[in-house]
Design a protein around this ligand. Structure first.
Ligand SMILES: *Cc1c(COP(=O)(O)O)cnc(C)c1O
Length: 425
C-alpha cells in the first residue's frame, strides 16, 4: 500500500536532490522509501495511498497539539485572509513576543526569524559581538541547525581542532568550534582552562533531542552555568525542540537553570516556519536597529505564522503537561516490558512527551553511548511498526514525539503492534 508514494518519490528524485527537501525524510537510515503525506488530523496522518498511520513524528516536534488543531487552523485561515505578508510590523508579532517572554523569565527581549537554523546562527553572531570573542563550545551529537559554524565534528580527543562535518564548510569556519561530549563537565572545564578567554558561548540543548533523546545528568546544566559565569561566556540554550514541549516554561523552567540566550522554533510556529532567539535585554539591545549587530528577514514575524504560534501557545498555556508526561511514562514502561519479554536489550530515554528507544545495554548519556545502539534492529522494528500502521522516526537517532492529541487507542494499538514484532537483524 505504498505504490503512490513510490511513484511520487521517483518523480521527486528527478527534480529534488534525493527526492526530499530535508535529508532524514528520505528514510535511507531505515532502508525504506518515504511515505508521501496528504493529510493529518490529531495523532493521525494519511498517505498518498490513502493509508492512515498513528504518527509519532509530528513533523519532528512542532505539532505538540497534533495535526490540524482547530484553534491553530482557524488562526491561520483568518490571518491568511487578511494578507500573507506585509514586510511591516503587525500586532501578532508583538503579542507572540509578549507571550513567549512571559513564559520564560530569562527572556526579556526576543527577535523572530523563520527557522531554528536562523535562530541559532543569529544567536551565535550576537554572542560573538556581545563578548568580543570568537570561539564557541558545542556538544558532540548536539544539533543546532545547519549553520556552518555548528557543522563541526570532533577531532580525535577533546582538545584537538574540530573538523568540518560536511563538504562545503571550510576548516577555517569550524576552527573556532570546540566540541565536548554531552554530560562531560570535566571536558568543558578543560576547554575553558585552555581557551576560556576566547570563548563567546556554550551552545547546548538542555535535553538533547538530536542524537536520540539524551537527558542532562543532574548538575550538568548548573555546571555549564557556573563555567560561563566564571569566564564571562554566554550560556545559550537551544530549545528549538524542548521549548514548550518539556513544559510550558520550556526545559529551562523544568530544570531551573537560566540561560543568557535561548533559541526557539518548532512549537512556537505550530507547523508554520518560525524561529526566534532572545534573552537578557542588555544582550538583545545589541541587535540592529537598536544596536549594530545586523540580522534581518523578509518574512520574519510573518502574520500568518505569528497567528499560528499565538493560537498554539494559548492552547498550551492551559494544557496538562504533567498528565501527558505521565501517559508517555506509562507507555514507555509497557514497551520496556515487551522488549524484556522478547529478550531484547533496550533503553528508553524519555522526558515529558518525547522518547527514544535505544537498542543497547548501556546507559545512554552522550553521543558515543547513543551510537552503541543497534541500528539494524531499529530498522527492523521501524519496518514492522510501519507495516502495522505506526509511523516512527526513520532513524534511531531521533526523538519520538507524542502530542496532546494522542488517544488511548493510539497507545494501545502501538503496543499491540510492538507485541507482534519478531525481532530480526
Ligand atoms: C530542529 C532543530 C534546529 C533547527 O531548526 P530548523 O527549523 O530545522 O532550522 C536547531 N536546533 C535544534 C535543537 C533542533 O531540534
Amino acid at each position: 500500500m505504498e505504490k503512490r508514494s513510490e511513484e511520487l518519490f521517483d518523480l521527486a528524485r528527478k527534480y529534488i536532490p534525493g527526492g526530499v527537501n530535508s535529508p532524514v525524510r528520505a528514510c535511507l537510515a531505515v532502508d525504506s522509501v518515504p511515505l508521501f503525506i496528504v493529510r493529518g488530523s490529531g495523532s493521525r496522518i494519511t498517505t498518498a495511498d490513502g493509508v492512515e498511520y498513528i504518527d509519532f513524528v509530528q513533523s519532528w516536534g512542532p505539532l505538540i497539539l497534533g495535526h490540524a488543531h482547530p484553534g491553530v487552523l482557524r488562526a491561520i485561515v483568518e490571518a491568511a485572509e487578511r494578507g500573507s505578508s506585509f514586510g511591516a510590523p503587525c500586532e501578532a508579532e508583538v503579542r507572540l513576543a509578549e507571550v513567549v517572554c512571559a513564559a520564560l523569565p530569562a527572556m526579556e527581549m526576543i527577535r523572530m526569524v523563520s527557522s531554528g537554523t536562523e535562530a541559532t546562527m543569529s544567536a551565535l553572531r550576537l554572542a560573538r559581538a556581545f563578548t568580543g570573542r570568537n570561539r564557541l563550545v558545542k556538544f558532540d551529537g548536539g544539533y543546532h541547525g545547519h549553520g556552518d559554524a555548528f557543522l563541526a565534528r570532533a577531532g580525535s580527543g577533546v582538545a584537538t581542532l574540530s573538523l568540518p562535518g560536511t563538504p562545503g564548510v571550510p576548516p577555517s569556519v569550524v576552527e573556532d568550534t570546540l566540541i565536548a561530549p554531552y554530560n562531560d563537565t570535566p571536558a568543558v572545564e578543560e576547554l575553558f582552562r585552555r581557551q576560556g578567554e576566547e570563548i563567546a558561548a556554550i551552545f547546548v540543548e538542555p535535553a538533547a533531542g538530536n542524537m536520540g533523546l539524551v537527558l542532562p545528568e543532574p548538575g550538568f546544566l548548573e555546571a555549564l552555568r557556573a563555567i560561563c559565569d566564571r569566564y564571562g561566556a554566554l550560556l545559550v540554550f537551544d530549545e528549538v525542540i524542548t521549548g514548550f514541549r518539556v513544559s510550558y516554561n520550556c526545559a529551562q523552567g523544568y530544570y531551573g537553570v537560566k540561560p543568557d540566550l535561548t533559541t526557539l522554533g518548532k512549537i512556537i510556529g505550530a507547523g508554520m516556519p518560525v524561529g526566534a532567539y532572545g534573552g537578557r535585554r542588555e544582550i538583545m539591545a545589541r541587535i540592529a536597529p537598536e544596536g549594530s549587530v545586523y540580522q534581518a528577514g523578509t518574512l520574519s514575524g510573518n502574520p500568518v505564522a505569528m497567528a499560528a504560534g499565538l493560537a498554539a501557545l494559548e492552547a498550551l498555556r492551559v494544557s496538562d503537561y504533567a498528565a501527558l508526561a505521565a501517559r508517555v511514562e506509562e507507555f514507555c514502561r509497557e514497551m520496556e516490558k515487551i522488549f524484556a519479554a522478547k529478550g531484547v536489550e533496550a533503553r528508553i530515554n524519555r522526558l515529558a512527551s518525547m522518547f527514544t528507544i535505544f537498542f543497547t545495554g548501556r546507559k545512554v548519556l552522550d553521543f558515543a553511548s547513543a551510537q552503541s545502539a543497534d541500528a539494524a534492529l531499529y530498522t527492523n522494528l521501524y519496518k514492522h511498526m510501519r507495516g502495522c500502521g505506526v509511523y516512527l522516526a526513520p532513524s534511531c537517532f531521533e526523538a519520538a514525539m507524542v502530542s496532546f492529541a494522542h488517544k488511548e487507542e493510539d497507545f494501545s494499538r502501538a503496543l499491540e503492534a510492538l507485541r507482534s514484532w519478531e525481532p530480526r537483524k
